[in-house]
Design a protein around this ligand. Structure first.
Ligand SMILES: *Cc1c(COP(=O)(O)O)cnc(C)c1O
Length: 401
């Protein structure tokens, strides 16, 4: 019987390259920052969103030995970390699930020694269910303080008014080992006034927590994602939750500018990801030919095109239509017409000399040219976080040096 290939990558398919060297260099950059700060803080890697689209499967074995903590969004992914550790005989790292879960998942995490975040009132009921499950050991939890994002967490006022009092009666099943918060406005600005006020609120939340609930000291306090780690040293506390920048990407241009001001230099970040594709066909289209759906592009002259097996199904945004370019032999080649579900067509008239197959760079370095994900994001009117996390899970990932 023939296998279904829909959704899987065939042989003539694009692939993602993950640079192990770039990842290690980025980790080293953050380790050096920690040392400058004078503290031996724990460095954590945020691996949500399929490791920011890079691929949790291939990335996890690379990042696991380099960091102290692994942050996932789902219990399922967290348990995959434990499975990898067991399969490879690796030491158990601290693993924290940032996202929501049900009772069954909470039980599984407690048994696997994975930690969870208490971020809303549903935990009152969860605690009761955990007690009925007769856990051998309590689930280790971190309390989320809402300091002004309005997403997860309890405000200091709510904590002071008893919102977490159920933890007092649940000490047998929920042990508070950490406290965290998340910034809402560090990437979009160069002045951290709102973030500074969030740190102040966090301090209030911390005091309220210690005043109302039994906690394990020293509590692990953590607040800084990539941007705050880079530009707000005061927010580094005990652990760093670094996401985007571990993959070698700046959270924003503003963060890069601020880093120059705050640190006096710009730390080096190296993008981990490249995206390449073989051509499906390279051929001439006569002058006057239309290209792609909607006849939005017409060749003003005879044009050598490469048809690529890449489309919006793979995560190449349709909004790139008529705007993007790719790299072939170190030269920029415009994307002609619309991005289709499984295809794009690019102009390679000046990038090649014949109709032999070409290797195309959709993202990354080719010769002297670099095509950063920030460009794709700008053309697609979004942020690079979205572009990378939408890269198809079906794309083949290859680890390179
Ligand atoms: C996504 C996320 C991070 C990491 O953010 P980056 O900007 O990618 O570094 C850290 N903490 C929480 C709670 C998050 O949701």
């Amino acid at each position: 019987m023939r296998e279904l290939t829909s959704g899987a990558s065939g042989k003539v398919a694009s692939w993602l390259e993950l640079s192990a060297g770039a990842l290690a260099a980025n980790v080293a950059t953050f380790r050096a920052l920690e040392e400058e700060g004078g503290g031996a803080r724990a460095l954590g890697a945020v691996l949500k969103g399929n490791a920011y689209g890079h691929g949790l499967g291939p990335l996890l074995p690379l990042v696991h030995p380099l960091v102290d903590i692994l942050y996932l969004i789902t219990p399922e992914d967290a348990l995959a970390v434990r499975a990898l550790e067991e399969a490879r005989g690796l030491p158990r790292k601290q693993v924290l699930v940032l996202g929501a879960m049900d009772a069954e998942e909470a039980v599984a995490l407690a048994r696997a020694g994975v930690e969870a975040v208490v971020g809303d009132g549903s935990w009152r009921e969860l605690a009761a269910e955990l007690r009925r499950a007769k856990l051998g050991q309590p689930l280790r939890v971190h309390v989320h303080v809402d300091t002004g994002l309005g997403r997860e967490g309890f405000t200091p006022g709510q904590i002071a008014n008893g919102a977490l009092d159920f933890l007092r009666e649940s000490a047998d099943v929920l042990r508070v080992v950490g406290v965290l918060s998340h910034f809402s406005n560090t990437e979009d600005v160069t002045e951290q006034t709102y973030a500074e006020s969030q740190v102040d609120v966090f301090e209030g939340g911390l005091a309220a927590l210690r005043g109302s609930v039994p906690v394990e000291e020293p509590l692990q306090r953590h607040m800084a994602a990539s941007a705050a780690t880079l530009v707000l040293p005061r927010a580094r506390y005990d652990a760093l939750r670094v996401g985007i920048s571990l993959y070698g990407l700046w959270p924003s241009t503003e963060t890069r500018l601020s880093a120059r001001l705050v640190l006096g230099r710009v730390p080096e970040l190296r993008p981990v990801l490249s995206w390449r594709s073989p051509s499906q066909v390279v051929k001439w289209l006569p002058a006057g030919s239309y290209v792609g759906y909607g006849c939005t592009y017409r060749c003003p002259e005879a044009t050598r095109v490469a048809v690529l097996p890449v489309g919006y199904f793979d995560g190449y945004p349709r909004l790139l239509s008529g705007k993007a370019h790719v790299l072939v032999n170190g030269k920029r080649c415009p994307v002609l017409g619309r991005v289709m579900m499984n295809h794009i067509i690019v102009d390679v008239t000046r990038a090649t000399h014949d109709e032999r197959p070409v290797t195309v760079t959709l993202l990354g370095q080719d010769g002297d040219e670099h095509l950063p994900v920030e460009s794709l994001a700008e053309w697609a009117q979004t942020i690079h976080y979205e572009v990378v996390t939408r890269l198809g899970g079906h794309l083949k990932r290859v680890v390179v040096p």
